[in-house]
Write a protein that binds this ligand. Structure first.
Ligand code: PRT
Ligand code: MG
Length: 211
């Protein structure tokens, strides 16, 4: 049996055509079903539905053989025990620093001000600001980072942006680009050794279907 860990939402939708290329079609839509384990058109393959940030953990411990996770999530997880053979080029966005439109970020950095930065991505943010020599107090949030500067919790946020619509709606502007983000296929290292005969053709078919 091969178990694939997936999250609902944008990753699931964009993953369907890639799995289909490997002959794997989930038998139910997780958006409609409450089931957390979903069978597929292949009797030897099942999908488990987990939170996006839990996907690397399931694969790390071998509860899933394969998974698909954003680079943002993988950096925060650390990648221990994971083989990351493919950039799937799905769920693309970018990680950036944003501030209220009236905040002079460049001037604050230039005068060495200590900035309060709210984010879900503590590791990514710590590395980014350390590399630039910017002093920051990082405030961990689990969602809706855009609210933090508006409510007076932080001077800036580190968050993902795709269309820019959420920033605009909250009068925030992108002041620094940190890195492009896309989703990766992740594989449990022990599974790859023990089940290579079944896993490698799946990995190869997915690779062939990347746009
Ligand atoms: O919801 P949950 O806590 O379970 O996890 P999650 O929010 O991380 O899951 P999900 O499904 O929302 O995101 C899964 C993955 O999609 C992320 O890990 C990213 O790799 C990727 N991705 C791509 C994005 C976006 N684009 C994105 N725009 N993840 C989140 N966003 C959010 C962003 O945080 C911001 O709040 O969308 C908002 C901005 O969108 P725009 O279009 O208004 O700029
Ligand atoms: Mg979400």
């Amino acid at each position: 049996m091969i178990t694939i860990a997936l999250s609902k939402g944008r990753i699931f939708e964009e993953t369907l055509p890639l799995l289909a290329a490997a002959g794997i079609v989930p038998l139910e839509n997780p958006e409609q079903s409450r089931k957390l384990i979903i069978g597929t058109s292949r009797p030897d393959v099942r999908v488990v539905i987990v939170r996006a940030s839990d996907v690397p953990t399931y694969v790390q411990y071998g509860a899933a053989d394969l998974g698909i996770a954003g680079k943002d999530v993988l950096i925060e997880h650390g990648g221990t025990g994971l083989y990351q053979p493919l950039d799937l080029k799905i769920a693309q966005c970018r990680m950036c620093v944003a501030t209220p439109a009236g905040f002079d970020y460049v001037a604050a950095v230039r005068r060495g001000a200590r900035l309060r930065v709210a984010t879900k991505y503590i590791n990514t943010a710590r590395e980014h600001f350390a590399a630039k020599g910017v002093h920051v107090d990082l405030i961990k949030l689990y969602g809706s980072m855009e609210l933090a500067p508006l409510a007076g919790l932080a001077d800036a946020i580190v968050d993902l942006v795709s269309s820019g619509g959420t920033l605009r709606a909250n009068h925030l502007v992108e002041v620094e680009d940190i890195m492009p983000i896309s989703s990766r296929l992740i594989v449990n290292q022990a599974s790859l050794k023990m089940k290579r005969g079944t896993l490698q053709p799946v990995i190869d078919a997915i690779e062939g279907a990347i746009q």
